[in-house]
Write a protein that binds this ligand. Sequence first.
Ligand code: SF4
Ligand code: SF4
Length: 143
Amino acid sequence: MGAQTVGFRRVGHVGILGCATTAIARYTCDFQEELVTYVIAQPCVDLKDRACVDECPVDCIYEGKRMLYIHPDECVDCGACEPVCPVEAIFYEDDTPEQWKDYYTANVDFFSDLGSPGGAAKMGVIEKDHPLIEALPPQPHDE
Ligand code: SF4
Ligand code: SF4
């Protein structure tokens, strides 16, 4: 199940899902938990110019109401999206600025009820945002 996979890797439900039943399984899960991905942070909110979407080779950048979100399992960590963002909203997970660390969770949790759709284009605008983004006041942008 895609939704379980997201929680499994990113939220640490390893033991709950039974992954610790064998040494081999535990090793596999520990390995997966160390995988990192790219994260979209606050500068994207209320801008959504979609420049990153055009660069993504696997169509894993999904559009919410106020910002875009990178699917942590579908992203292949190629880095193509990061340099094209005009407001530097995209970060390698480990490089996300401290004030935006929660956006990692926001990107992951956005997919908790969507699972792994396997492509953003067919989804269009998904009529929701993570609560962290919903709570923000309107974000000003020059362009
Ligand atoms: S790092 Fe690559 S695969 Fe991941 S969201 Fe960016 S362009 Fe897509
Ligand atoms: S390029 Fe940057 S601002 Fe534009 S949609 Fe992507 S993350 Fe948001």
